[in-house]
Ligand binder design. Structure first.
Ligand SMILES: CCCCCCCCCCCCC/C=C/C(=O)SCCNC(=O)CCNC(=O)[C@H](O)C(C)(C)COP(=O)(O)OP(=O)(O)OC[C@H]1O[C@@H](n2cnc3c(N)ncnc32)[C@H](O)[C@@H]1OP(=O)(O)O
Length: 741
C-alpha cells in the first residue's frame, strides 16, 4: 500500500497506493513505516520524497476505519518518525492533501505542490480535529489566526493560497514529484541548476543554498506561537464558532487545541490535542457527521425499483438547455447551468418579465465572476420570448408558476418545438410528475428536477422519476445536477416528493403547538438550539406564507364554505390549523410584506423581531376556540417535530419513494437546514433509539388522536420488533416489508 523506489541515485520515492484517494488505511500506514525505515537504513539514499498514486497525494485518514477497531501503526508516531528522520523528507502534493494527508506533509521538512492541488484540514466537518499533530504544527508554521481559520472551517485552499500562507515552499507548474525531487537534490547538496555539475554548498550560478540543516524545518521543535493578542484572537474565534456551529462540539475543540499551540510546548500541546480528540472521537456528533459524509456519496449511487441504477445506465450529454420562466427559481437554475458551462436559452412570457429576468441573471453571473476573478460567461445565454429558439436544445427545465394547468400547457407547447429526443424536466416542488408527463409525446423523457431556492446557492436537487421515466432520463438529470455542483438524490413521484412531503408534517406539528400554548419564538428557539440554522417560523417568513396558502386553496382545504370568523379546525377528516391562513388573510406573508410570524423593520428586511400583535392574536384565537394554553417544553418541540419527520420518512421508505434512509437524510441536510452533527432525521431516530421514538409517537398519537400522521408507521414498528437494527441494515428489512406485514 506504499511503493518504494530509489530514483535519481539518491532519492527514495515513497508512493501511497490506496485508490481512489490514497487514504491512510492501516495497510498504507504500515507501508509508509516500512518504507521510511528502509530509506533511513539505505546508505545510498540521501533524501526521501512522498507522493500519491494517480496524482493524488492523500485524502487523509481512512474514515471507514473510524467506525471499527483501529489497528496498524498509529499516525502520530509515524509522522513523528518522518519528521525526526535524519534525511530530508519532501512531500510532493498533487491533487489533494487533506486531513491526515496534510498532517503527513507537515511532518515532512519541505512541501511542494502543483498548481492544481488543494490542501486543508477538514476533520471538523467529520466531527473531529486534526489529531495527527495538525493543531500543533500548522499554527507553528502559519501563525494562530490563519491556522484557526483553516482548522475551524475545514476549508480547502489552492496551492497558490497555500504558498502565500506559507504552508508549501514551492508551487510547481508541472509535476510536483519532479519538482520535489529537484528540491530534495538541492537540499542534500546536489545542485540541479544544470550549469554546475558539482556537489557544492552554495552554487555560484543559481545561488541555491544546499546542504540545509533540518532542525529549523522540524515544526515540532518550534516554540509555542505566543503573541500578546493571542488570547483575544482565540476568544474571538471561540465566540464565532459557537455562534456559527449551533451546538457542534468539534469547532470549539479545534479552537481549544490551537490555543494550546500558542501556550504550551509541542509535547504538552499534543497531549491536549489527544485529550480533545478522545472526547470527539467517541461522540455521537462525530458518528453523525461521518455517516453524513458517506450518505452524501451514496446518494449519487441511485437505483430505481426496476433495477436500473447509476452503474448500468448511461447519461446523455447535455450541451444546450432551455429554462422556461425567469422567476426566482428559473433565474437561479439558469445561473447554475451557465456556471456549469451549458448554453442556456431562457424564456419568459412577456417582454417586461424577460427584461427583469435578464438583468437579474446577468447581475448574478457578474457578481460571481468578479468574486472569482474571471469574466462572466454571458455568451452562453440567450434571452427570448420565442419557444422556437428551443428547437435544438438537449433538455428543458420548466420553472413556471406552481400551477398544474399552466405547467400542462407549457409541456404540450414544448412538444411542438423540441427535438423528438429532448428531455423535459419540471422544477415542480410537489405536483404529480406522471400527470404532467401524460400531456407530452415523450413520457419516458420526462423527469422532475426539484431545485431549492435560491437555486444557484442551495446544494440539493431532488430528481423525481415518474412511473414512465426512463432510466436514461434519470441518469441524465442526475449527471446534469452533478455538473451543476448539486447534491442529487433520486426520488419517486408522490405529493411533495420526499422533502416537502415530510416538511408538511413538521409544519403541522409546529402550528399545532402554537394552538396549544407555544409562541413562534419558543418553537424557533428550541429548533435553533437543536442545531437548525433557522426555526420553522423564521423559515416560513423567509419563503413566504402565501405560497402554502395558494397550495391549500388549490387542494380544496380552503373554500367558500369555510367560516371566515371562526374557521374550522377539522378538515378532510383530520385536525387542521387555520392559523397560517388567518395570517395570510391579514396580508402577513412574511419578510416580503414586513410582517408574518414576526415583525420586520420594512418589507424585505431580514431581521425578525417579536411582534406583540401575534401574541395577542394567539391568545384571542385560543380563547375563541376554548383552548386552555399549556407550557410546551423544548423537549416536546423537538420530539414532535423530529419524530413526525422521521415517522413520515419511514412511510416514504415503505412506499419506496426513497431508496434508503441515507437518501432522506441527505435531502434534509442539504435542503432543509437539518444540523449536520445530528446526521439527518432518520439517523437521529436511530441514535435516540427506535423503541424510544416508537414510544413517544404512541404517546403523542394517544394525546392527539385527530392527527393520523403521528400514528407510528408500520416500518418503525417492524424495525423495533426486529431488535432495532442499525440504520445501514434498514434497507434489507424494507425489502421484505410487504411480504412480512
Ligand atoms: C477510543 C478513542 C480513540 C481516540 C483517538 C483515535 C485517534 C485516531 C485518529 C488519528 C488522527 C486522525 C487525524 C486525521 C484525520 C483525518 O484525516 S479524517 C479525514 C480527512 N479527510 C477528509 O475529510 C477528506 C474526505 N474526502 C473528500 O473530501 C473527497 O473525497 C476528496 C478527497 C476531495 C475527493 O473528492 P471526489 O473526487 O469528489 O471524490 P469522492 O466521491 O468524494 O470520493 C471518492 C471515494 O473516496 C472515498 N473517500 C474519500 N476520502 C476518504 C477518506 N478519507 N477515507 C475513506 N474513504 C474516502 C469516498 O467515500 C468515495 O468512495 P466511494 O463512494 O466508494 O467511491
Amino acid at each position: 500500500m506504499a511503493r518504494y523506489a530509489r530514483v535519481k541515485g539518491s532519492i527514495a520515492l515513497i508512493t501511497l497506493t490506496n485508490p481512489p484517494v490514497n487514504a491512510l488505511s492501516a495497510a498504507v500506514r504500515r507501508g509508509i513505516v516500512e518504507s521510511v525505515s528502509r530509506a533511513l537504513k539505505d546508505e545510498q539514499v540521501k533524501a526521501v520524497v512522498f507522493c500519491g498514486e494517480n496524482e493524488k497525494f492523500c485524502g487523509g485518514a481512512d474514515i471507514k476505519e473510524f467506525s471499527g477497531s483501529m489497528s496498524g501503526p498509529p499516525l502520530v508516531p509515524m509522522i513523528h518518525s518522518i519528521e525526526a528522520g535524519e534525511k530530508p523528507m519532501v512531500a510532493a502534493i498533487e491533487g489533494v492533501a487533506l486531513g491526515g494527508g496534510l498532517e503527513l506533509a507537515l511532518g515532512c521538512h519541505y512541501r511542494v505542490a502543483n498548481t492544481k492541488a488543494r490542501l486543508g484540514l477538514p476533520e471538523v466537518t467529520l466531527g473531529l480535529l486534526p489529531a495527527a499533530g495538525g493543531t500543533q504544527r500548522l499554527p507553528r508554521l502559519i501563525g494562530i489566526p490563519a491556522a484557526l481559520e483553516l482548522i475551524t472551517t475545514g476549508r480547502h485552499v489552492s496551492a497558490q493560497e497555500a504558498l502565500q500562507l506559507g504552508i508549501v515552499d514551492q508551487v510547481a507548474q508541472g509535476s510536483a514529484v519532479q519538482a520535489a525531487m529537484e528540491l530534495a537534490l538541492s537540499v542534500i547538496g546536489v545542485c540541479v541548476c544544470m550549469l554546475c555539475v558539482y556537489v557544492v554548498c552554495v552554487c555560484i550560478y543559481c545561488v541555491c543554498v544546499t546542504g540545509q540543516p533540518l532542525n529549523p524545518r522540524r515544526l515540532s521543535l518550534r516554540a509555542p506561537v505566543w503573541a500578546p493578542d493571542v488570547d483575544g484572537v482565540c476568544d474571538a474565534a471561540l465566540a464565532q464558532v459557537k455562534q456559527r456551529s449551533r451546538g457542534a462540539m468539534a469547532p470549539v475543540a479545534c479552537v481549544q487545541a490551537v490555543r494550546a499551540a500558542a501556550m504550551l510546548p509541542y509535547s504538552k500541546g499534543m497531549e491536549r490535542e489527544r485529550q480533545l480528540m478522545d472526547t470527539l472521537f467517541r461522540s455521537g456528533q462525530a458518528r453523525a457527521m461521518q455517516y453524513a459524509f458517506f450518505a452524501q456519496r451514496n446518494a449519487g449511487k441511485w437505483s430505481l425499483p426496476n433495477g436500473s441504477q447509476w452503474n448500468n445506465t448511461r447519461a446523455r450529454d447535455v450541451q444546450r438547455a432551455g429554462v422556461i420562466g425567469l422567476g426566482t427559481m428559473g433565474r437561479g437554475i439558469a445561473v447554475s447551468l451557465v456556471k456549469a458551462g451549458i448554453s442556456v436559452v431562457a424564456i419568459e412570457m412577456d417582454a417586461k418579465q424577460l427584461e427583469s429576468g435578464k438583468k437579474a441573471v446577468t447581475a448574478m453571473l457578474q457578481r460571481d465572476a468578479q468574486r472569482r476573478g474571471v469574466s462572466p460567461p454571458l455568451h452562453l445565454l440567450t434571452f427570448t420570448l420565442s419557444f422556437h429558439q428551443l428547437r435544438d436544445v438537449d433538455l428543458v427545465i420548466e420553472a413556471v408558476f406552481e400551477d398544474m394547468n399552466l405547467k400542462k400547457r407549457v409541456f404540450s407547447d414544448l412538444c411542438k418545438v423540441l427535438r423528438a429526443n429532448a428531455l423535459i424536466c419540471t422544477n415542480t416542488s410537489g405536483l404529480n410528475v406522471d400527470e404532467l408527463a401524460a400531456v407530452t409525446d415523450r413520457q419516458p423523457l420526462v423527469v422532475g428536477m426539484h431545485f431549492f431556492a435560491p437555486a444557484h446557492v442551495m446544494k440539493l436537487l431532488e430528481v423525481v422519476y415518474g412511473s414512465r421515466s426512463s432510466p436514461e432520463a434519470v441518469a441524465t438529470a442526475m449527471a446534469l445536477g452533478k455538473r451543476m455542483e448539486k447534491v442529487c438524490v433520486a426520488v419517486g413521484n408522490c405529493s411533495g416528493f420526499v422533502g416537502n412531503r415530510m416538511l408538511k408534517l413538521y409544519l403541522d406539528q409546529s402550528v399545532y403547538m402554537l394552538e396549544e400554548g407555544a409562541t413562534p419564538e419558543q418553537v424557533d428557539q428550541a429548533l435553533e438550539e437543536f442545531g437548525f440554522a433557522m426555526g420553522i417560523f423564521k423559515v416560513s417568513d423567509l419563503s413566504g406564507l402565501d405560497v402554502g396558502w395558494r397550495v391549500r386553496k388549490a387542494s380544496g382545504l380552503i373554500g367558500p364554505d369555510v367560516d371566515p370568523v371562526k374557521p374550522s379546525r377539522w378538515r378532510l377528516g383530520r385536525r387542521y390549523c387555520p392559523l397560517p391562513d388567518m395570517l395570510c388573510q391579514q396580508g402577513r406573508f412574511g419578510q416580503k410584506t414586513g410582517r408574518g410570524w414576526y415583525l420586520y423593520d420594512s418589507p424585505g428586511s431580514k431581521e425578525a423581531k417579536s411582534d406583540p400583535e401575534i401574541q395577542t392574536f394567539l391568545e384571542d384565537y385560543r380563547r375563541k376556540y376554548g383552548i386552555i394554553p399549556r407550557r410546551i417544553t423544548s423537549q416536546e418541540v423537538i420530539e414532535r417535530c423530529a419524530f413526525a419527520l422521521a415517522n413520515e420518512g419511514f412511510r416514504i421508505l415503505e412506499d419506496r419513494i426513497a431508496a434508503s434512509p441515507e437518501d432522506i437524510d441527505v435531502i434534509y441536510l442539504f435542503g432543509y437546514g437539518w444540523p449536520r452533527h445530528r446526521g439527518g432525521p432518520m439517523f437521529y431516530a436511530g441514535q435516540v433509539g427506535l423503541s424510544v421514538v416508537l414510544e413517544k409517537l404512541e404517546h403523542y398519537h394517544r394525546v392527539h388522536p385527530d392527527v393520523p400522521s403521528l400514528e407510528p408507521s408500520r416500518l418503525l414498528r417492524r424495525l423495533v420488533a426486529e431488535g432495532s437494527p442499525p440504520i445501514q441494515q434498514w434497507k434489507s428489512h424494507i425489502k421484505n416489508l410487504r411480504s412480512h406485514l
